[in-house]
Design a protein around this ligand. Structure first.
Ligand SMILES: Cc1cc2nc3c(=O)[nH]c(=O)nc-3n(C[C@H](O)[C@H](O)[C@H](O)COP(=O)(O)OP(=O)(O)OC[C@H]3O[C@@H](n4cnc5c(N)ncnc54)[C@H](O)[C@@H]3O)c2cc1C
Length: 479
């Protein structure tokens, strides 16, 4: 897979969550030396981890990298979505993921516990030779054109050929994002959406307590995500497995408005959750009474980095550090996995150190526009991003109307009325197209189109007697 005269180099990755671990696997499996520095003590359990959805564009990469069996056994395969009205819970439509579409992507839509996903990624990274260091808080990053380094809270200095910042944007001071913003002179403006996400876990047996047995059978339809939508609110319910025992659990994502503009990610109480559900389907409230673990995440918007690579050296941001995505998006994990996949694929061609800068700059070139396009399209697409219309309202009235029309169409289609259902079907088709995207193919395309051209140019320089000193410089750097 990698180039015959492959040159292994050292990467330090700050942050061992989804984008950091995905990059660690992708880079170490092609032969690079990778160290992940993570402030949390362990990779096997994640405080505040709850339910997560892995779209096929992420799972197909993980399958390709050897995690298929482990992921399948720790997850529930999603087969589709049921849509219900937020106020009374009446089911107004449904969508089955097209088997052929999923087959074509090579992945599955998986529902699982976030801690399990992170544990499986960490195990895989170690199996591929990456070194994972928990309890390591990075306190500063020094960009450099040859040997960047980071300093830990203990005073230890760790150097590498490349530093990757996968330290997110949720918990300050998010060093990598901050130093790149400062170097670019870009402002980091946080725009509250006025919404918050409750990520809730409850025992599956809580479903037995519901009075409405029809809802219970709908919630238990294998792999179906039950979705409530209404103006300004939304909720999803789906099954996951308990990490150690594999016992069935049920997850609720509740998207609700929030008054407190200054909140950060925190555990929340049941009272707070129930308060936010006032006026919704009473059966959803009944379910929420059994919540065991509740994490509340503010839904904010922040700008994407204008450039992911630090102008003064080999430090690059990926994942949420580069392109923050509001909490609860169906796209977040796919985007995080995709950044790592592109990095791994490009650096499989490394055979001279002077290729490093071109490869780093190629990552945002390949990824940035794509991530932005997907998220922009998703703003009006409530089913895709799981944001209720209240959020779209904050951005664009036309998009909001389109989203609301989607709900209406679902209602009338189901009842055999005048609606065509086309809007929502178009939305689902768009989601399925996103699932089919393959970031490794994009990296290969870049290599064929640009990488090889740069190779030829480098060879011409090397063979040119007048500029042979360039070759000597290259040689020196490779030593
Ligand atoms: C604790 C936690 C729990 C989450 N739970 C869920 C969930 O249940 N469901 C879900 O869908 N999504 C969850 N997410 C979000 C999900 O990981 C992101 O949405 C996204 O998919 C991947 O983002 P990321 O890896 O780029 O950044 P993040 O997820 O923000 O991860 C950043 C990582 O960097 C580490 N870090 C930050 N600063 C430093 C530092 N100075 N030194 C060393 N390490 C540092 C953090 O501890 C974290 O592990 C969670 C994220 C976190 C951090």
């Amino acid at each position: 897979m990698r180039t015959p005269d492959f040159l292994p180099i050292e990467f330090v990755i700050i942050g061992g969550a989804i984008s950091g671990l995905s990059a660690a696997i992708a880079l170490s499996r092609v032969g690079h030396k990778v160290t992940v520095l993570e402030v949390m003590d362990t990779f096997h359990d994640t405080p505040m981890g709850a339910g997560c959805r892995i779209p096929p564009n992420a799972s197909k990469l993980y399958y390709r990298w050897g995690m298929q069996e482990r992921l399948r056994s720790a997850s529930v395969k999603s087969r589709g979505i049921l849509f219900a009205q937020y106020d009374d819970g009446s089911v107004v439509g449904s969508h089955e993921w097209e088997e052929e579409v999923l087959e074509e992507t090579g992945g599955d839509f998986l529902l699982m516990h976030y801690s399990d996903l992170r544990r499986i990624l960490a195990e895989s990274a170690e199996e591929h030779g990456a070194t994972l260091r928990g309890g390591c808080q990075v306190v500063s990053i020094e960009p450099d054109s040859k040997r960047p380094y980071v300093t830990l809270a203990t005073g230890e200095v760790v150097t590498a050929d490349v530093v990757i910042g996968a330290d997110g944007c949720h918990v300050p001071p998010y060093h990598c994002r901050r130093i790149i913003l400062e170097a670019l002179g870009q402002e980091d403006k946080e725009t509250p959406t006025g919404m918050q996400l409750f990520n809730v876990l409850l025992p599956e047996s809580a479903l037995n307590q519901l009075d409405d047995k029809e809802l219970v059978s709908q919630l238990r339809q294998t792999g179906k995500v039950f979705t409530w939508f209404g103006p300004g609110y939304g909720a999803l319910g789906f099954p996951v497995k308990e990490p150690t025992s594999g016992e069935p659990l049920f997850t609720l994502f509740v998207y609700a408005s929030r008054a407190d503009k200054n909140m950060t990610i925190a555990n929340a109480g049941r009272e707070e959750l129930l308060e936010s559900l006032k006026g919704c389907d009473p059966r959803l409230m009944q379910l929420a009474q059994h919540a065991q673990a509740i994490v509340c995440i503010p839904m904010v918007e922040r700008p994407f980095l204008e450039d992911w690579v630090h102008p003064q050296g080999r430090v690059m941001a990926i994942g949420e550090a580069a392109h923050p995505i509001p909490a609860g998006s169906i796209y977040a994990l796919g985007m995080a996995a995709g950044d790592g996949a592109v990095l791994g694929r490009l650096f499989s061609h490394l055979h001279r150190k002077d290729q490093i800068d071109a490869f780093l700059n190629a990552v945002p070139e390949i990824r940035a526009e794509r991530v932005e396009r997907v998220l922009r399209a998703a703003l009006g697409n409530i089913f895709a991003v799981s944001l209720p219309p209240g959020i779209a309202e904050a951005h664009d009235r036309a998009l909001r109307e389109r989203a609301e029309r989607g709900i209406k169409d679902l209602g009338t289609t189901n009842g055999g009325g005048a609606g065509t259902g086309q809007t929502s079907e178009e939305m689902m088709a768009a989601i399925e197209r996103i699932f089919a995207y393959d970031p490794e193919d994009e990296a290969d395309n870049w290599w064929v189109q640009w990488g090889l051209m740069q190779e030829r140019a480098a060879r011409m320089v090397v063979s040119d007697a007048v500029t042979v000193h360039v070759n000597e410089d290259l040689q020196e750097e490779s030593d």
